[in-house]
Design a protein around this ligand. Structure first.
Ligand code: SF4
Length: 219
């Protein structure tokens, strides 16, 4: 039942937005970009990442730079001092453990082992780790950000009292792994464009027919 419902949602979203095909990304770049995106929007974090890469074309030079210089380069992304420290601490730990600033060795790990490794890095939680493992390594994790969480609850795909970690486990059971990227990216797009946190635009929504929230409104 839930699998049928989620398959219907995925099909409707793909009809509306297409099947997303993200570019391949270097895992360390993706890690840094995802840390920068914590608690802010892409409109702030992506320019901050571009500035960081211009200021420090390789991560060795970033590690050698003072925290203030790193913070200055990402000022636009918000929480610059905290994120500069997090990024440096994560890269430092990777270098100590891998002998270089690379996450290539994760490709040879089992998915649970790769997740454990990333979760031990400073500033990395389940959402950030899942993004890196799904998008850079194609491992079956389904990251739950604020949009995915809100929409999954409104659609009735996860329990209302579930937290994001529990929601991730529930979604990973019902979404086919080859649709994790499509589901994740299209739900984020739908959350930004239609199903806003405040004032969802039900009349513009392609998911009305399978939405638990809407069914509650009509009852
Ligand atoms: S019908 Fe409304 S609440 Fe349901 S997914 Fe669409 S916009 Fe969100």
């Amino acid at each position: 039942m839930e699998k049928k419902k989620v398959a219907d949602c995925i099909a409707l979203l793909e009809k509306e937005y297409g099947i997303p095909r993200p570019d391949e990304e270097d895992p360390v770049d993706l890690l840094v970009k995802t840390i920068l995106s914590q608690n802010t929007s892409d409109a702030n974090s992506l320019p901050a990442f571009a500035r960081l890469k211009r200021a420090f074309p390789d991560y060795e030079s970033l590690l050698r730079a003072p925290d203030e210089a790193v913070a200055e380069s990402i000022r636009r992304g918000g929480l610059a001092e905290i994120k500069a420290k997090r990024i440096k601490a994560a890269l430092k730990k990777i270098k100590e453990e891998q002998g270089e600033i690379s996450l290539a060795s994760l490709a040879g790990m089992k998915k649970e082992q790769a997740m454990e490794y990333l979760l031990r890095l400073p500033g990395v939680g389940p959402k950030t780790a899942s993004i890196v493992l799904l998008f850079a390594f194609g491992m079956p994790f389904l990251p739950v950000d604020t949009h995915v969480f809100r929409l999954s609850q409104r659609l009735g795909l996860v329990e209302e009292k579930a937290n994001p970690e529990k929601a991730q486990k529930m979604l990973e059971r019902i979404v086919p792994p080859d649709k994790y990227i499509s589901f994740h990216l299209n739900l984020i797009r739908h959350g930004r464009e239609v199903c806003h946190a405040r004032g969802p635009r039900h009349e513009k929504c392609c998911l009305q027919g399978c939405c638990h929230y809407m069914q509650g409104q009509k009852a």
